[in-house]
Design a protein around this ligand. Structure first.
Ligand code: NAD
Length: 458
């Protein structure tokens, strides 16, 4: 008999640093067993195309039925305000409902008396889904729903600091789906790496940082694995001189400080026409004055802690770099909570040069650089001057002019007079170093398939 205690991961509440729960830390042997156990389920699932949508609908209903429990757990493990956690749970439920209603029909490419060409979509087998800690529920749902609908089994590996809501999803999967079809394995980066290397997992869908995306691509290359990589961003927002400034600042700030700035598609650099710059700084001051920083489980809190110690340390260093590089942090001292957690004073920064660390790097936290420009060509050049290309937004009262500026910005999504959201029916992906492939929408479903052509001569 084996008496060794299986290793565990203690998940802490980032606001209080209290342990919320300790969960098993799965090992490579658990991965091997999961892959073996999936085989019979895959055989059954592949041939059940007609009934798969109904399974997804039931999953969506179960998420909704447990939404308050899930939202509270999400706030406890991730730190976000409870109001935002409720929205994320609703987004997850919506993803299963959306894909339940999305048919994956064959494409008839040619249909003549002489020839018929049809393209059909087949499942790949097991999809490995690796998620980040900023939106653990939404990211899981955006990957698992299309993967399952397409006929695959899934193995989910959440980030080690936010596994608890994913484990609740495992309970729902176990209630609804054939045994072995959808499994959540909790572990560190080495477990993710083992999934990417595993010969029986032909598809990896990953959301996380660009350096990890590169490592995944290297490991996956030996078996030419199918990859979807949703990576980091450093989204610019460009406010043109004729913009409705109060609504632009509200719209930008609402996303830049949402989830304490830990949003891949948050505006992370703001270029404001010099004629409006001082007014913009003042409007941000008013916005930040209205925020309440604290434990996200308090209904009145609008900005929670950042998720983990490494992110906290990185943000304190970035704030230090603002001062070291000649910038000014405008943090409008709200009362910070009397809690031990990973709180960062929300701030905007001015006086930074284009090469400053806060401008070039993805800060992933509640600190936003504001940069004045005179000529819109300079703003566009600056917006394009990073390796990232996830999203961008242009703000103007002249929508056509804004679209023309947006045309010149190299980003996977260009928003006009809004920044975000990512929407379930709109394909989403980054260009340049922000990603590879597409998630969401019909393309996000096809990403979990291989297409095969049948070409008939009559
Ligand atoms: P991360 O890359 O450190 O980790 C993400 C996940 O990958 C975790 O589950 C982690 O355990 C796992 N992992 C780490 N190393 C691995 C390896 N070598 N092989 C396989 N798996 C491995 O990222 P993070 O710090 O958790 O997340 C923050 C980043 O995610 C930010 O850069 C953010 O912009 C990005 N993000 C992007 C999107 C998008 O849709 N583009 C969405 C959310 C977050």
């Amino acid at each position: 008999m084996d008496h060794t205690t299986p290793p565990e991961i203690a998940v802490e509440n980032p606001a209080t640093l209290q342990v919320v729960a300790s969960v098993p830390c799965h090992q490579v042997s658990d991965l091997e067993r999961t892959v073996r156990d999936a085989a019979p389920a895959i055989a059954e699932w592949t041939s059940a195309a007609a009934s798969r949508p109904q399974y997804l609908r039931v999953i969506s209903e179960r998420i909704t039925a447990r939404s308050e429990e899930l939202a509270r757990l999400l706030t406890a493990e991730q730190g976000k305000p409870i109001t935002q956690a409720r929205l994320e749970v609703a987004v997850a439920a919506r993803a299963f409902e959306y894909y339940a209603n999305l048919p994956l029909a064959p494409d008839v490419l040619r249909d003549t008396p002489e020839q018929e060409v049809v393209r059909e979509y087949y499942p790949l087998g097991i999809a490995g889904l690796i998620t980040a800690w900023n939106f653990p529920m939404a990211l899981l749902a955006w990957k698992a729903a299309p993967a399952l609908l397409a006929g695959n089994a899934v193995i989910v590996k959440p980030a080690p600091t936010t596994p608890l809501t994913s484990l609740k999803m495992q309970e729902i999967f176990a209630e609804v789906l054939p045994a072995g079809l959808a499994t959540v394995l909790v572990g560190g980066n080495d477990l993710g790496s083992a999934m990417v290397a595993h010969p029986e997992i032909p598809k990896i869908s990953f959301t996380g940082s660009t350096p990890t995306g590169r490592r995944i691509m290297e490991t996956a290359s030996s078996r030419l694995k199918r990859l979807t990589l949703e990576l980091g961003g450093n989204d610019p927002a460009i406010v043109l001189s004729d913009a409705d400034l109060p609504s632009a600042v509200e719209g930008i700030a609402a996303v830049a400080f949402r989830n304490a700035g830990q949003v891949c598609i948050a505006p992370k650099r703001l270029y404001v026409h010099e004629s409006r710059f001082d007014d913009a700084v003042d409007l941000f001051r008013q916005y930040l004055d209205r925020q309440r920083v604290g434990d996200g489980s308090d209904e009145s809190v609008t900005i929670g802690p950042v998720n983990n110690a490494a992110q906290h340390k990185s943000l304190l260093e970035i704030q230090g770099s603002v001062r070291d590089q000649g910038g000014t942090l405008h943090s409008y001292p709200h009362s910070m909570p009397d809690l031990p957690g990973y709180f960062v004073q929300p701030a905007v920064a001015t006086g930074l040069a284009a090469h400053a660390r806060l401008v070039q790097e993805e800060q992933f936290g509640p600190v936003l650089p504001l940069l004045p420009y005179r000529d819109v060509d300079d703003a566009v050049a600056a917006a394009n001057a990073t390796d990232y290309g996830l999203g961008a937004s242009i703000w103007s009262s002249d929508v056509e002019a804004a679209v023309r500026v947006g045309d010149r910005v190299r980003a996977g999504t260009r928003w006009i007079n809004q920044h975000g959201p990512a929407e379930i029916d709109v394909p989403f992906g980054g260009v340049k170093q922000s990603g590879l492939g597409t998630e969401l929408g019909l393309e996000g479903l096809k990403a979990f398939t291989e297409s095969r052509i049948t070409n008939v001569k009559y």
